[in-house]
Design a protein around this ligand. Structure first.
Ligand SMILES: NCc1[nH]cc(CCC(=O)O)c1CC(=O)O
Length: 314
């Protein structure tokens, strides 16, 4: 039986690369299925002149795609897990999480060689991520952080055109676009914990579409999935969207799931980090446990302050 599956994708180069990667992998398992790609423009692609943190809407990059799934215009969509809000709409589910790429942040120096922590006093660093800026400012309060939006191509262009020392990006995106040779340095987890879900792809389907569910399930990577489940439970429990200074990193170490988390104030003066360990079968509970542990140490107060600063700037 020949069947066509329609795959929705944002039309950024990264989104299309990721979508075509997933289709290529699926095609190996299901040579008889046809996959066609439908491009979808999302709100996040349209609003380019406003800092993401000011827009504040969770799921800026996925809402239109989820609507297309619900209305059956498309059958599945590939997302960067870090862009997927922790609440998935009724009728849809993240069916598959693929094997994670290196989840760390990376630094790209304009001069191609000076490492992030070797930059001069007052170095100008481009990032629109509050998580990245807070963690960096905690270690180098002299940094001048400038917002840099747009897709990866745009950000590279801005680096070359504007007066800054370098930019911070997710390694996974740069690598997938084939630009790993432009990376000056991969930033260790001790210096910057990544965004929840960074480096992993998720495949979203309708919850009742058994045909598509069966197909995309072939690419699920259990270890990555349980790590990301824990990270997402942590974020959900703290009620953080993608635009709050929260980071996490879950992984399996000798059969044990280890989850690190960070919650930071905007200016980086307060950075709270903690860790929990437990069984990989209880990843959701582990994420909640880390959140509770950090709330007891003041994470709630930090986030309350962050939200007040947002509202004051809105
Ligand atoms: N916020 C945009 C976004 N969403 C996913 C990635 C990179 C790929 C990934 O994390 O899987 C990026 C770019 C970046 O943050 O540098």
């Amino acid at each position: 039986m020949k069947k066509t599956i329609v795959v929705g994708s944002r039309d950024s180069e990264l989104a299309l690369t990721q979508t075509h990667f997933v289709i290529g992998e699926l095609q190996k398992h299901f040579p008889d299925v046809d996959f066609t790609v439908k491009h979808i423009k999302t709100e996040g692609d349209k609003i380019l002149d406003v800092a993401l943190s000011k827009i504040g809407d969770k799921g800026l990059f996925v809402k239109e795609i989820e609507n297309a799934l619900l209305s059956k215009e498309i059958d599945f969509a590939v997302h960067s897990m870090k862009d997927v809000p922790t609440a998935v709409p009724d009728g849809l589910q993240i069916t598959t999480i693929t094997e994670r790429e290196d989840p760390r942040d990376c630094y790209i120096a304009k001069d191609g060689k000076t490492r992030l922590f070797d930059t001069p006093q007052g170095a100008v660093i481009g990032t629109s991520s509050l998580r990245r800026s807070a963690q960096l400012l905690h270690q180098r309060s002299d940094f001048e952080i400038v917002p840099i939006r747009g897709n990866l191509n745009t950000r590279f262009r801005k680096l070359s055109e504007q007066d800054m020392h370098g930019i911070i990006l997710a390694y996974a995106g740069v690598y997938r676009l084939g630009w790993a040779d432009k990376i000056t340095e991969i930033i260790d987890f001790e210096k910057s914990l990544p965004a929840v879900g960074q480096g992993a792809l998720g495949i979203e389907t309708r919850s009742d579409d058994d045909f598509t569910i069966n197909i995309v399930s072939a690419l699920n990577h259990d270890t990555t999935a349980s790590a990301i489940l824990a990270e997402r439970a942590f974020l959900r429990q703290l009620e953080g969207g993608c635009q709050v200074p929260i980071g996490a990193y879950g992984r399996l170490e000798a059969e044990e799931l280890v989850l690190d988390g960070v919650v930071a104030g905007l200016d980086g003066s307060t950075v709270l980090r903690d860790q929990v360990r437990g069984s990989a079968d209880e990843s959701d509970a582990l994420g909640k446990k880390l959140a509770q542990k950090m709330v007891e140490r003041g994470a709630d107060e930090i986030l309350k302050q962050v939200r007040q600063e947002f509202d004051a700037n809105a």
